[in-house]
Design a protein around this ligand. Structure first.
Ligand SMILES: *[C@@H]1O[C@H](CO)[C@@H](O)[C@H](O)[C@H]1NC(C)=O
Ligand SMILES: *[C@@H]1O[C@H](CO)[C@@H](O)[C@H](O)[C@H]1NC(C)=O
Ligand SMILES: *[C@@H]1O[C@H](CO)[C@@H](O)[C@H](O)[C@H]1NC(C)=O
Ligand SMILES: *[C@@H]1O[C@H](CO)[C@@H](O)[C@H](O)[C@H]1NC(C)=O
Ligand SMILES: *[C@@H]1O[C@H](CO)[C@@H](O)[C@H](O)[C@H]1NC(C)=O
Ligand SMILES: *[C@@H]1O[C@H](CO)[C@@H](O)[C@H](O)[C@H]1NC(C)=O
Ligand SMILES: *[C@@H]1O[C@H](CO)[C@@H](O)[C@H](O)[C@H]1NC(C)=O
Ligand SMILES: *[C@@H]1O[C@H](CO)[C@@H](O)[C@H](O)[C@H]1NC(C)=O
Length: 869
């Protein structure tokens, strides 16, 4: 134990053991890639970089380092607050959680969670929710929105934070993420796509004094074709910020993994914004800087007591510039990236200042709660930012509701239905809707998971509220045990509410430390038993499930009295009315599953189970490669309970007259990438030590993080620059900018990757008797005989119709890009079309197991066919 502790202290202090990677399985390499590519070479960003460089030219060393880190945990109103450079007009930047709305505030909207958005399969709503979220962040004076989350991807069904993202498929996740980025940034808020990368479980994610964070070991092709895909699309949409994950990849902490940040993100994906650490994820100073990290949040060092004024950066960053360890151009690039994002989003023009306080709900309080002794003042102005966003929130919640089963048209309910309602999930907890910090409990209606990805509810419109508003004829049994006094009548419909929760690791709920270690994939609060007990007494039972993800339904799904099952996912504040509109048939349900529902946890490969405790660094090796979720079920020939993309309606649709039109003629290797454009250039000489001296008579806030040094320290650092002791640069270190990899060339990669290869259309007719919306899903099957193993089918695009009245028809358009038809060739390090004249199967239908049309690329013809899986 002593030696372990000692080893870890050393590792935390020096980053030495962290780099050692002793426990990583053979073959997983964390290769060096230096230097950090300068930003500014993409034409979309040229003007912002030009303006940013004028500012940077004028900034002192201490002003620059002040912008690259937070001023310390709880040292300001937001969860992250950078230092300022007021002399050049740059205020402190406010960074705030989270993906479903502004965290820790009031007069905000608690939007449906990401998984709910994914279940809508509606690109318009994905973007609309992003706009609404952006407006709320802007209204609260937040510069940087800490969302969307597209990692975890959902590889592990029990993973704690899958619900923050959009579903267990890279393309669904990519549309959800990129459209959210576009929506949020359309109103001038910098979005942050997170967490880069492979952060697939909560437990053991962080580096600590006793253990390095879990290592996700994955091969290059799996990285590119699954986990990186949504990040590439977010970058392509111009995202201003990327957040680095806590965990390691191939044994090297993501926050200082030069291959990941410098090569993959900044060079290959051409990311032009700034890279921030997750909260306290930074584990070294100089190393992380060289590896491409641009901003440290919230500024403190995780392994020493927080809020004690210790940082790897700020004053240490100033020191490491003066002593020559970090080249000046690295700092200039980091600051230019931050300011370019700020300017690109127009935040230099009338952007509001923060008017809320993440640390308190009081109007007045300490300005720097972390400082212990702090001046007080007004910290909350209670600005109402909700506008009419409840409408968008309700539409998303409603159009996500996924009807899994509906026997005998049990749904919709008739207006006069006599209802017996069971389960505490149907109503708000009497403890109060925000009684648990960060929603760290599972009481009453489950509208979101727990952790930093939660928000306070302004109100929670519960299902019971909804039934009341409808004037429904109901009796509610607010219990999770079947009551003996419910007096079943033959005409009764029983509605049972059940749920399953998960969240972030810093809170444990019912023995689940974020990940569902204790609940497994079961319903919480003995939900299975409640359903079975109700089903034993009532002949017409409707089950409503609020859930973070996959749950097992096997104990009751085939019971004859369980007539209808709805997944309402995590609806946020509009849980009730959104559900009523579906239950009573104002609209038909139109959600589709954003993941597969298994029949047993043993359906999954062992490698996607949660990793437990290990001495040393826990190792999580992605041996299943591309075969997660439906890709795995299809390959293994396992019939799930409900397939990825499944979702019923009250009406029926027919798909007809599909067309496929070649647009861009493909070549095996994409056309050569464009060369990088120019980037700002600055003097590379080390600035004078005086640029880092404390100003005279500065009134310091105790334990606040500043970028200044004492005069002696600064002068000594400057002397060190000319000493013979040099910083021990990592193997492979260089400070010569590279041309960039063949797969790069613009934001998201080589622009030719996004050329449209084929346009596809299909006509959808509502053949039933009620109106409804259909989703067309497009899956690609690679030609036979190619040199790459590929999943049988992979989602590549989707489209949702408008509300179609009975008998009405709409033609929807989808497309396949060059990238969609390629595989990542690890040897060529490029996206390769495995056979340009091969016959790709382009499958179209209503879900991954209901694909009635196959369009072949070779003949560019479509025909009805039997679903390939
Ligand atoms: C991890 O190791 C694999 C196997 O060597 C390699 O293909 C991949 O590029 C590495 N990933 C990173 C991010 O270093
Ligand atoms: C830079 O500083 C100079 C001299 O103080 C000033 O004239 C100029 O306006 C500044 N430029 C910017 C972009 O702040
Ligand atoms: C750094 O930011 C803090 C907080 O805004 C501010 O007090 C300080 O003056 C800034 N330092 C410099 C060098 O501008
Ligand atoms: C320069 O300062 C940094 C930050 O304190 C330190 O990590 C590094 O070792 C120093 N380099 C030299 C050559 O002293
Ligand atoms: C459907 O309803 C009919 C008529 O009420 C009944 O006979 C039949 O058993 C029902 N089917 C199921 C699967 O519940
Ligand atoms: C509701 O009304 C319809 C028609 O008016 C009737 O057939 C049905 O039995 C009623 N249902 C209940 C539960 O009262
Ligand atoms: C509610 O349902 C019960 C049971 O079917 C019925 O007896 C009662 O008349 C209904 N009440 C109303 C107001 O419809
Ligand atoms: C490519 O596809 C064409 C058309 O199906 C086929 O004739 C040819 O053999 C394929 N080539 C390879 C290398 O698989």
């Amino acid at each position: 134990m002593y030696s372990l502790l000692f080893y870890s202290l050393l590792s935390a202090a020096a980053g030495v053991a962290i780099d050692k990677r002793t426990d990583v399985p053979a073959g997983y390499v964390a290769a060096p890639y230096y230097p950090a590519p300068h930003g500014g070479w993409v034409s979309d960003w040229s003007e912002s970089y030009r303006k940013a460089s004028l500012l940077v030219q004028n900034m002192t060393l201490a002003e620059k380092t002040n912008l690259t880190a937070g001023t310390g945990i709880f040292m300001g109103r937001c969860v992250g607050n950078t230092g300022s450079a007021l002399r050049v007009g740059i205020p402190q930047l406010c960074l705030q959680d989270g993906p479903l709305g502004v965290r820790n505030t009031d007069h905000n909207t608690a939007f449906p969670a990401g998984i709910t958005v994914g279940a809508t399969w509606d690109k318009t709503l994905m973007r609309a929710r992003g706009v609404a979220i952006g407006e709320e962040f802007r209204g609260k004076g937040i510069n940087v929105h800490l969302g969307p989350s597209v990692g975890p991807l959902g590889r592990k069904p029990r993973g704690g934070r899958n619900w923050e993202g959009f579903g267990a498929d890279p393309v669904l996740q990519a549309f959800g993420g990129a459209l959210t980025v576009e929506g949020v940034q359309s109103v001038g808020v910098i979005a942050t796509i997170k967490h880069l990368i492979a952060n697939e479980q909560e437990q053991y994610r962080m580096y600590s004094l006793v253990q390095p964070g879990i290592s996700s070991n994955l091969d290059d092709r799996t990285l590119h074709e699954l986990y990186l895909w949504p990040f590439a699309e977010g970058v392509r949409s111009g995202v201003g910020s990327v957040m680095i994950a806590y965990n390691a990849v191939n044994g090297s902490a993501c926050s200082q993994n030069s291959y990941l940040i410098n090569n993959i993100l900044k060079d290959e994906l051409g990311f032009q914004g700034f890279v921030m650490s997750d909260w306290l994820a930074q584990v070294s100073g100089v190393s992380s800087t060289l590896a491409g990290l641009d901003m440290s949040m919230p500024g403190d060092i995780h392994t020493v007591p927080l809020a004690t004024g210790s940082s790897y950066w700020m004053y240490e960053y100033s020191r490491s510039i003066l002593n020559g360890s970090i080249p000046v151009d690295r700092l200039n690039d980091a600051v230019t990236r931050i300011l370019a994002s700020y300017l690109k989003l127009g935040q230099d023009r009338n952007y509001p200042r923060p008017n809320f306080d993440s640390n308190t709900q009081d109007a007045e309080g300490p300005l720097y709660p972390g400082a212990l002794i702090s001046p007080s003042g007004i910290v909350n102005e209670f600005v109402d930012v909700q506008a009419n966003h409840a409408k968008t929130a309700k539409e998303v919640a409603r159009d996500a509701i996924t009807l899994l089963k509906n026997v005998n048209n049990s749904l919709p309910l008739s207006k006069n239905a006599s209802l017996k309602i069971f389960g505490t999930d149907a109503e708000k907890t009497s403890d109060g809707i925000n009684s648990c910090a960060d929603q760290g409990c599972n009481k009453g209606t489950l509208g979101m998971g727990w952790g930093s990805g939660s928000a306070r509810y302004p109100y929670l419109n519960s299902p019971i509220d909804g039934f009341k508003t409808r004037g429904a004829n109901y009796t509610f049994y607010n219990t999770d045990s079947f009551p003996s006094n419910s007096n079943p009548a033959a005409t009764d419909t029983a509605v049972v509410f059940v749920n399953a929760d998960a969240g972030e690791n810093y809170i444990t709920v019912d023995g689940n430390p974020g990940d569902r270690t204790n609940a497994n994939l079961n319903l919480w609060h003995n939900g299975d038993k409640l359903i079975k007990d109700v089903a034993a007494k009532y002949s017409n039972v409707v089950v409503v499930v609020h859930t973070v993800g996959q749950v097992l339904l096997e104990e009751w799904i085939d019971l004859p009295s369980v007539q209808a099952v709805l997944f309402a996912h995590l609806p946020g504040q509009e849980a009730g009315d959104s559900l009523m509109e579906v239950l009573y048939g104002d609209v038909s349900p139109s959600g589709h599953l954003p993941y597969t529902i298994p029949t047993s946890e043993s359906n999954y490969p062992e490698s996607v189970g949660l990793r437990g405790f290990e001495i040393g660094q826990p190792q999580d090796t992605f041996t299943e490669g591309l075969y997660i979720d439906y890709r795995h079920f299809n390959k293994a020939g396992i019939k799930p309970r409900y397939a990825f993309g499944h979702g019923l309606s009250y009406t029926t649709f027919s798909f007809s007259s599909p067309t496929i039109t070649p647009v861009t003629k493909l070549t095996a290797v994409p056309p050569t990438r464009p060369a990088k454009g120019s980037t700002p250039s600055y003097p590379t000489t080390i600035p004078p030590a005086s640029e880092a001296y404390w100003p005279d008579n500065f009134d310091r806030i105790w334990r606040y993080l500043y970028s200044w040094l004492d005069k002696t320290d600064a002068d000594n650092a400057a002397k060190d620059a000319s000493s013979s002791t040099k910083y021990p640069y990592p193997a492979g270190y260089s400070n010569v900018q590279k041309a960039g990899p063949a797969a790069g060339g613009a934001q998201g990669g080589n622009p030719a990757l996004f050329d449209t290869a084929y346009d596809i259309s299909v006509t959808i007719t509502n053949t039933g008797s009620r109106s409804g919306k259909a989703v067309a899903q497009l899956y690609l099957q690679y030609p036979t005989g190619i040199a790459f193993d590929t999943p049988i089918i992979q989602l590549r695009d989707f489209a949702k119709t408008d509300e179609l009245a009975a008998g009405k028809t709409q033609t929807v358009k989808m497309r396949l890009t060059r990238k969609d038809m390629s595989v990542w060739d690890v040897v060529k390090q490029n996206w390769i079309v495995p056979n340009v004249s091969g016959d790709y199967g382009v499958w179209i239908g209503e879900s991954s197991d209901k694909l009635g049309w196959r369009c072949g690329t070779a003949a560019a013809k479509c025909a009805s066919a039997t679903s390939p899986v």
